[in-house]
Design a protein. Structure first.
Lengths: 425, 305
């Protein structure tokens, strides 16, 4: 009896350990900062994978505002998650520190061939190089407008403004004032406060639509120069300045365009359409809204808008790289792409899935397809942070009447180029 | 056998033990150890890093001498942050000290619900800066915030508060004054209550009125308290970060960017740890200089009862 008891005592832990699942960790941003991140809160998301591969997935939500810093601190402490779900605009900073594992060449090639063009644009870091897999439901910026308010002022609710002149005219008509002349509803809401990057994102359409560029070569990791101080850049800043001062169809008092739009105090705004799609049912269930490409300087010009997404990446310091890639590839298979997009009402990535229902006939998804071809991925330059900071500050200075368009853009060019040069050291 | 004039280790230990010096060191050892580990060591590390290009993840440290400091001299954003920090310090330190003194004088007299109001004024001090800043962010909201509602009620023009580069720094300063006022009030109150009443009795007999008593007795005798408040508030003001981070993030257009925020961004957003360390050293020297200056100057006004 004693022998059996002793044998059980020693053998049980060994058997338990041998059968225990391996554990991998995944860090993602908490809250509804991106519609895709909220899916990690679904307890059943990884069940199939966990059962199939006997690997437990520990999904940990981090605060979005400090997530980048936490990842960096964790990497410096050599104690980092196995998978990082990151905003693609963070990738250059991590690449500068050589923190990320590249996707194997053969797998990158297969992915780029199978996915739709906009996903290819976001995934490719030059010459087919990939550092992670883009998640479904990518962000594309678009003009959104309130159809009831268009109707209220006699505008056709199905016809958004196409050119900058039309845009100014529509915004003037849509602006409402109280008896004292204070604006109670702006025709167009601008983002001019908070993180400078966010300000540039929301004005990207006018900068690129006008013909300027934040960095001359979007696919160069080092070097290059900013092309913001150009006639196109000046026209982009002047457009909003005129709407503020001449038309008085926008105001500095409505600093969160999406919130203002959903509250009904802004008739038009330009930002992530995916966010309006996710928030509208909860925050403004009665809102009828339309979605289109941002306006262009004049008829016939090429529209531009920014395209962004979130990436599944594996840090070089991951302790379970093989399992991490296994999970990423499982999540990003064509079958899972279809199932998860259907379940979470997101837009798929694989060409083959776009031809299936419900995506084939869903008006929102089909609307996105009209925006994607004009989508431009942000530059991957290692000094890009500085260009964004400088451009964001220039936009604020002009709209806050602190500097002229010429002076603000000259300063942004100087500071932006300094940042690009510093990143080459 | 020990040589005369030279004590053995055992003798020294015995002497220390008999005088309880060894025990004293043993008692303070944990604090000294923790202080060294978490305060002294990082400070020395920061000093060293300021002379290097630091690539933490790659584990690469390249000695670049004074290059980081040289770059600071031409960094327009750092210069703006330094200027903003100076504006912040020279406004908040005297204003919060004067208002704290006035409140302390008020609370030094007896009136109903005195303790309740004292608690009301002190409560911002014990509230988390981040939580309070979040509430103030809403109060400053140009559309829905209470401040613009009040301005509108009295017929004054609404203000953009945190949304404009012209008013953002002032808005942050107002918040910070509200936050530090209660602490200054309590310290001044303690100082006021320590002044012997005989001074006031003698002054009254000599015919001095309340105003003369305030300027001739209260203010001079509170000099050590004022010195403490000015030094303490200056050190805190130079290190301002939380409220700026939450309220404005340094914007609009760097109009509220301060040295610690810029340092944080260089370190954790651009990963320039060497450069950020150089900024930290410059800030340290500023604080050290101002504190020494205030300390030496305040020696002239020491009082004893």
């Amino acid at each position: 009896m004693l022998a059996i008891a002793l044998a059980l005592l020693f053998l049980t832990p060994a058997v338990v350990l041998a059968g225990a699942a391996k554990k991998i960790s995944l860090w993602y941003p908490a809250g509804d900062i991106t519609a895709g991140a909220a899916h990690f809160g679904d307890k059943t998301l990884f069940t199939e994978f966990e059962t199939k591969y006997n690997v437990k997935v520990d999904a940990v939500a981090l605060d979005y505002d400090t997530m980048q810093q936490k990842i960096f601190a964790a990497a410096a402490g050599k104690n980092i998650a196995d998978i990082l779900f990151i905003d693609d605009s963070w990738a250059p900073g991590f690449l500068k520190e050589e923190m990320l594992e590249p996707v194997a060449d053969a797998k990158a090639k297969a992915w780029l061939e199978a996915v739709s063009p906009e996903i290819r644009t976001l995934s490719d870091y030059g010459k087919g190089r990939m550092w992670g897999y883009v998640q479904y439901g990518i962000d594309v910026y678009g003009l959104t407008w309130n159809k009831d308010q268009f109707r209220e002022v006699g505008l056709d609710p199905e016809k958004p403004p196409k050119t900058w002149d039309e845009f100014r005219d529509y915004a003037k008509k849509l602006t409402k004032r109280d008896a004292q002349g204070n604006i109670t509803r702006v025709g167009y809401a601008i983002r001019h406060a908070g993180q400078p990057h966010g300000i540039v994102h929301k004005h990207f359409w006018a900068i690129y639509g006008g013909g300027a560029k934040l960095v001359d070569d979007h696919y160069a990791l080092r070097g290059g120069k900013t092309m913001i101080n150009t006639p196109g850049g000046k026209a982009a800043l002047q457009l909003i300045l005129d709407m503020l001062d001449v038309d008085k169809s926008t105001s500095l008092n409505f600093p969160d365009p999406r919130a203002a739009f959903l509250k009904g105090i802004a008739a038009m705004q330009i930002s992530e359409t995916v966010s309006i799609r996710a928030r509208q049912p909860k925050e403004a269930p009665d809102l009828k809204w339309g979605m289109a490409l941002p306006p262009v300087p004049k008829a016939g010009d090429k529209p531009a808008t920014n395209l962004g997404g979130w990436l599944y990446t594996v840090p070089k310091l991951s302790k379970n790289k093989a399992d991490a890639w296994k999970l990423i590839e499982w999540l990003n298979s064509p079958e899972k792409d279809y199932d998860l997009c259907k379940k979470y009402n997101a837009s798929p990535r694989y060409k083959v899935n776009w031809d299936k229902e419900p995506f084939k006939s869903d008006p929102y998804n089909q609307g996105l397809k009209q925006l994607y071809p004009s989508g431009i991925k942000l530059p991957i330059n290692l000094g890009f942070n500085g260009v964004m900071d400088a451009t964001g500050a220039a936009i604020q200075k002009v709209w806050h009447h602190e500097a002229s368009v010429d002076a603000a853009l000259a300063e942004a060019e100087r500071l932006g180029n300094k940042s690009l040069a510093d990143a080459t050291k | 056998m020990s040589t005369p004039g030279r004590r053995t280790f055992r003798q020294t230990l015995g002497r220390l033990r008999s005088r309880h010096i060894l025990h004293a060191y043993l008692f303070i050892a944990p604090v000294i150890l923790l202080f060294g580990l978490f305060r002294i060591l990082p400070s020395v590390q920061t000093l060293l890093y300021s002379f290097f290009k630091v690539e933490l993840i790659k584990g690469r440290f390249t000695f670049i001498g004074l290059d980081n400091f040289r770059d600071l001299l031409t960094d327009e954003i750092f210069q703006r942050a330094t200027l903003n920090t100076m504006k912040y310090v020279v406004t908040i330190v005297p204003v919060s000290a004067i208002l704290g003194l006035l409140l302390a004088v008020l609370f030094n007299a007896k009136f109903r619900c005195q303790e309740f109001f004292k608690a009301v004024y002190f409560s911002p001090m014990v509230t988390s800066t981040v939580a309070a800043a979040m509430v103030w962010w809403w109060m400053y909201n140009p559309q829905f915030g209470i401040f613009n509602v009040l301005l509108k009620l009295v017929g004054l023009p609404e203000q953009p508060w945190l949304m404009s580069s012209h008013t953002a720094l002032t808005s942050v300063i107002i918040f910070s004054i509200w936050k530090t006022l209660g602490y200054n009030m309590i310290i001044y109150l303690a100082g006021l209550q320590a002044i012997p009443p005989q001074f006031y009795e003698a002054a009254t007999i000599d015919g001095a009125g309340p105003v003369a008593q305030f300027f001739r007795i209260t203010i001079p005798l509170l000099a050590p308290t004022t010195t403490f408040i000015v030094i303490y508030n200056s050190i805190l003001a130079f290190q301002v970060f939380d409220q700026v981070f939450v309220l404005t993030g340094g914007g609009p257009a760097n109009s509220t960017n301060v040295v610690v925020l810029d340092l944080y961004r260089q370190a954790f957003e651009r990963y320039n740890f060497g450069y950020a360390s150089a900024e930290a050293m410059v800030l340290f020297l500023f604080i050290l200089g101002v504190t020494l200056l205030q300390y030496v100057y305040s020696k002239r006004y020491e009082v004893s009862y």
